[in-house]
Design a protein around this ligand. Sequence first.
Ligand code: NDP
Ligand code: MG
Length: 395
Amino acid sequence: MKLTILGATGSIGVSTLDVVARHPDRFEVVALSGHRQVEVLAAQCSKFRPSCAVVGSGEDAKRLAALLKKTGTPTEVLHGEQALIQIASLPEVDAVMAAIVGAAGLQPTLAAASAGKRILLANKEALVMAGAVFMGAVRRAGALLLPIDSEHNAVFQSMPHNYAGDMTRGGVRRVLLTASGGPFRCTPLEQLLGVTPEQAVAHPNWSMGRKISVDSATMMNKGLEVIEAHWLFNAPADRIEVVIHPQSVIHSLVDYEDGSVLAQLGNPDMRTPIAHALAWPERIDSGVAALDLCAIGQLNFERPDLERFPCLELAYRALRAEGNAAAVLNAANEIAVSAFLDGYLPFPGIGDLIAATLDVVPQASVSDLDGVLEADRQGRDVATALLKRLGKPSG
Ligand code: NDP
Ligand code: MG
């Protein structure tokens, strides 16, 4: 299978290459992308020898080309969004790992859908922003969409065989998404005002990129995942529930009409869903250790506390509002998270900024990519303007 890996230098990208390297007979890397981590991408190119590599800027492209020349690596170097779209739709490529973080991944991921590829979808923001448009492109081009997000991969594995988007027909009552609750599940509420970016990105179970780690701490990650589940499984908002499960061993569950509940379990390591989607419908070694249930001892569950995690409620609100709301939510979240990481917004300000942005941006219906991009721009503009009011420069 010939692969393009978008976001190869990130957490998911590195895990993907780890799985790929275990099966040299099975996978061939045709193209890789990074954004700023030129040295990391250069090392990946010299190991996997793709025909093409893409970075963000012309300057970084020159640096990468110079590094590749030193090691005699015959990889062509390109840069910019058009180049990402190009490597996502190369005719010789069978599968595209979509692992760019945030809205930047939308257009390349959409290009992979329109080109009818097997899409390994990690970039949940693309689906949150552009759900209807994206799913329409997948259907029209006959693309195969396989979820990498561990919860959705677990749901995919637990759904009826050949599930075609009709929960009632499949006998499915509810989809249950598990959430770890992140690093602040038990932090006294009054202390949340003072938590630092370093505390927020220190996830108890998973090692991930900075943006998704903050999303996990606010539980906006789970909110985005509720919207993602809606699009992937055609599940209405009131049939998607979130359960806090601090051990992150059960990755999600499907509740059937007859009372059966099917789940997928495993150690919290993204190489499992990556290997699952790379090889589906077969199974391959991912390098993940076998689950030792006796060493884990206990599995616990609790209901999410919406006072602590207002972002979860905001995501349900955006999903129910339809139209441009989810794209606005996502845009405001990206602005809020980077302001928090830059020390400009206190942690509880993330939810406040998103709520205020949703209040201000007028509701609109969205029928195409331009509509999605407009909603994204409006969300960013309004959130940036509101930030000046809510944010406080760090001392
Ligand atoms: P990282 O921050 O670790 O990696 C992000 C990747 O995207 C890097 O390759 C980065 O390049 C690249 N990138 C960043 N900005 C841009 C841009 N503007 N244009 C093009 N490329 C860009 O993120 P993760 O790997 O953690 O997450 C990737 C996606 O997968 C996210 O959507 C996340 O929600 C999702 N996901 C991640 C999980 C995880 O365990 N990490 C679990 C489930 C979903 P560079 O580093 O070279 O600058
Ligand atoms: Mg997840």
